[in-house]
Design a protein around this ligand. Structure first.
Ligand SMILES: NC(=O)c1ccc[n+]([C@@H]2O[C@H](COP(=O)([O-])OP(=O)(O)OC[C@H]3O[C@@H](n4cnc5c(N)ncnc54)[C@H](O)[C@@H]3O)[C@@H](O)[C@H]2O)c1
Ligand SMILES: O=C(O)C(=O)C[C@]1(C(=O)O)C=C[C@@H](O)C=C1
Length: 313
């Protein structure tokens, strides 16, 4: 999908943290002319040097203060655990009436830690694009990352609806479908759909490594697509994912508890030879997958667009 060029949604956007998400935002902003100017800042000199070399942002700044000066939108695109320190660094330099948003994978913790640090004269509207890859850093981004993906906005009580509408327009211009969600609900849903699955992938690759065969290439060589997907996900950035689990502790532990209960039930069925339990369980989960495809909700699926007949389920 190519989004047609549109009028700028913001005059100046400041991207703080220049990794996968910020760089993808920049290339998508450029694709559609969504900002007058984009400034960028990352903590490490090496990242700023790379950004300058590849032309990532119109102006790479050597301080967060310089990057946010005069910006009408500031995007915090750093690991969740670094959001608060960045917020306190930029707070005195924010323009009156500016919007501050973030792209962190966890929302309640960001609201609690960042919200109180920002001046009352700015709009704070947390967000989360549900799009990513296992790659990170300034060279990993690409303009189409958000095309046809969800972006969840989590406006706190009392947020100016006009500021929210403007941020929504930016994400739609970036190619995303936008919905609003409550922070706690977001964290629970993401614990199910993203956080716990990542933990399971990390664990599965760790288990295979304990068998001493991953590094020999044997597991990779003989594995079908399933395990390859686990290894791809388990290659995701350790800092980002450490912070996700430390800040979405309750929801992740809740889902992990349910997961282990189900796992034990399946383990018991295998041990006792309870084929009915296994068959019924797998039939139920297959129907869920087919329902997702039928509803057209997985645009990446190889069988997307091919309707699955009910009789086959
Ligand atoms: N990677 C994904 O799949 C994905 C998807 C959606 C949302 N997110 C969220 O987006 C955020 C950014 O993730 P990413 O994948 O772009 O990460 P990344 O590792 O690619 O980039 C993070 C950037 O932040 C910089 N940084 C770290 N600490 C900093 C600090 N204190 N001050 C200034 N810069 C700092 C790093 O140098 C790097 O440039 C995270 O909060 C993550 O949870 C990630
Ligand atoms: O596709 C991937 O590699 C991702 O892990 C992306 C993914 C996800 O779990 O879907 C990871 C973390 C985010 O906060 C949003 C998206």
């Amino acid at each position: 999908m190519t989004t047609p060029a549109t009028a700028p949604v913001y005059n100046r956007i400041a991207l703080i943290g220049l990794g996968l998400i910020a760089s993808s935002m920049y290339w998508a902003i450029q694709r559609s002319g969504l900002a007058g100017e984009v400034t960028g800042y990352a903590r490490s000199q090496a990242t700023r040097d790379t950004a300058r070399r590849i032309g990532l942002t119109d102006r790479v700044c050597d301080s967060a203060a310089e990057a946010v000066a005069g910006a009408d939108l500031v995007v915090l695109a750093v690991p969740v655990g670094a959001m608060a320190s960045v917020a306190s660094e930029i707070a005195p330099h924010l323009a009156q009436g500016a919007t501050v948003t973030d792209v962190g994978s966890v929302k309640r913790d960001v609201i609690n830690s960042v919200g109180p640090l920002l001046p009352e004269s700015v709009h704070f509207i947390p967000g989360h694009p549900l799009a990513g890859t296992e790659h990170s850093g300034p060279e990993s981004g690409f303009a189409t990352l958000f095309d046809n993906r969800w972006c969840l906005l989590v406006p706190v009580e009392g947020t100016d609806p006009k500021a929210t509408a403007q941020l929504r327009a930016l994400w739609e211009g970036l190619g995303a479908n936008v919905e609003e969600m409550d922070a706690d609900h977001h964290d629970l849903v993401l614990a199910v759909t993203s956080h716990t699955p990542h933990l399971i992938a990390y664990t599965m690759v760790g288990v295979a490594d304990d068998l001493g065969r991953v590094t020999d290439g044997e597991v990779i060589k003989y594995s079908a697509a399933g395990f390859r997907d686990f290894t791809r996900i388990a290659a995701s950035d350790p800092t980002m994912w450490r912070d996700v689990f430390l800040t979405n502790k309750d929801a992740t532990l809740e889902i992990l508890g349910r997961f282990t209960e189900e796992l034990f039930a399946l383990q018991r069925a295998i041990r006792t030879g309870d084929g009915d339990h296994l068959f019924d369980y797998f039939t139920r989960t297959r129907a869920i997958r087919r329902g997702i495809i039928e509803a057209g909700q997985d645009t990446d699926a190889p069988d997307f667009g091919r309707s699955v007949s009910k009789e086959k389920i």
